[in-house]
Design a protein around this ligand. Structure first.
Ligand SMILES: NC(=O)C1=CN([C@@H]2O[C@H](COP(=O)(O)OP(=O)(O)OC[C@H]3O[C@@H](n4cnc5c(N)ncnc54)[C@H](O)[C@@H]3O)[C@@H](O)[C@H]2O)C=CC1
Ligand SMILES: O=C([O-])CC(=O)C(=O)O
Length: 342
């Protein structure tokens, strides 16, 4: 259950102020910027962030289309003030004062493509947006959604290092959709209440680098090795399942917006001092030999408070971990090389 402060704020926003409730004023002001806000993910994500009572200002930035999205979303009677920003000239205004910046800018996959096939276009987009973040809101928590996450997060880190603003506690690759999928698929197979399911997903965000740890899933269920293998494969191929079903019209947008909103909400709760906020994310890490890795992360007032280790793994998961390391390593190195060459 959410802490009562958030329930009280929701009631207050609805004009139904319970006795002894906190008022909206007692929740800190928080500005969230969405970069790529007119896109397939950006629009529903803008909607979900507008519904979040922890947000006081919502800045919607894209190279095109944001005035319409901002006008539309701004009519919703919730706490945040919404502003749309379009084109590079307005990027500084969109970013200034942001506490959390979410980046779903970039091209999505078509059937037959890997996430790495998006590198040539999206690497440059993420690089230039991160250069602006370093300049205009260097203290913001940055949530990178743009693919390939296994490379775009290292690119962002290099850009911030060059600008002298890198803080490993503040950079996140959003892998929440892998967790969302693992929970859904596990609940279906184990026949348990999906709302109660927890499954950590570690590694990276592409194919075999996505490693769901079903041995740690709760509530416990007696699934066969074959079931676990099938669930693992479906989680790893979840993105491709959607790309194929959309048949050329892009990749996951609605489930991704949901996942992005969950992760941004966790970041805001951490910033606001809510205790024990834990989500999986692709972060700077010492958990393995790789400089970036996704695992459970405790979020706090400065971003990452603690990167949790992997816990006990099954033999199948140990094998999966060994297999994913070389691929993830090469995607990370590709990102670092790009950021330092161009
Ligand atoms: N991390 C994850 O789990 C997931 C990541 N993705 C990735 O998210 C990205 C976006 O996907 P969609 O929203 O479906 O694509 P989309 O094409 O519908 O939207 C992308 C938006 O980015 C904008 N954009 C392009 N260059 C920009 C720039 N320099 N500055 C600001 N905005 C810019 C476009 O104008 C467009 O509105 C893709 O790279 C996709 O692969 C998608 C699903 C899940
Ligand atoms: O598969 C894609 O290209 C988009 C994505 O990252 C996902 O849905 O997990």
């Amino acid at each position: 259950m959410r802490p009562s402060i958030f329930r009280s704020v929701r009631s207050a926003i609805a004009g139904n102020i319970p006795r002894r409730a906190y008022s909206v004023d007692s929740v800190p002001e928080r500005k969230v910027a969405v970069l790529g806000a007119a896109g397939g993910i950006g629009q529903p994500l803008a909607l979900l962030m507008k519904l979040n009572p922890l947000v006081s200002k919502l800045a919607l930035y894209d190279i095109a289309g944001t005035p319409g999205v901002a006008a539309d979303v701004s009519h919703i009677n919730t706490r945040s003030e919404v502003a749309g920003y379009m084109g590079e000239d307005q990027l500084s205004q969109a970013l200034e004062g942001s506490d959390v910046v979410i980046i779903p800018a970039g091209v999505p996959r078509k059937p037959g493509m890997t996430r790495d096939d998006l590198f040539n276009i999206n690497a440059g987009i993420v690089k230039s947006l991160c250069a602006a973040i370093a300049k205009y809101c260097p203290n913001a928590l940055v949530n990178v959604i743009s693919n390939p996450v296994n490379s775009t997060v290292p690119i962002a880190a290099e850009v911030f290092k060059k600008a002298g603003t890198f803080d490993e506690k503040k950079l996140f690759g959003v892998t929440t959709l892998d967790v969302v999928r693992a929970k859904t698929f596990y609940a279906g197979k184990a026949n348990v209440n999906v709302a109660e399911v927890n499954v950590p997903v570690v590694g990276g965000h592409a194919g075999i680098t996505i490693l769901p740890l079903f041995s740690q899933a709760t509530p416990k269920a007696n699934l066969s090795d074959e079931d676990i293998k099938a669930l693992t494969k479906r989680t790893q191929d979840g993105g491709t399942e959607v790309v194929e079903a959309k048949a050329g019209k892009g990749s996951a947008t609605l489930s991704m917006a949901y996942a992005g909103a969950i992760f941004a909400d966790a970041c805001l709760k951490g910033l606001n001092g809510v205790p024990d906020v834990v989500e999986c994310s692709f972060v700077h890490s010492n958990v393995t030999e790789l400089p970036f890795f996704s695992s459970k992360v405790r979020l706090g007032k400065n971003g990452v408070e603690e990167v949790l280790d992997l816990g006990h793994l099954s033999d199948y998961e140990i094998e999966g971990l060994a297999t994913l390391i070389p691929e993830l390593k090469s995607s990370i190195e590709k990102g670092i090389k790009f950021a330092n060459q161009s």
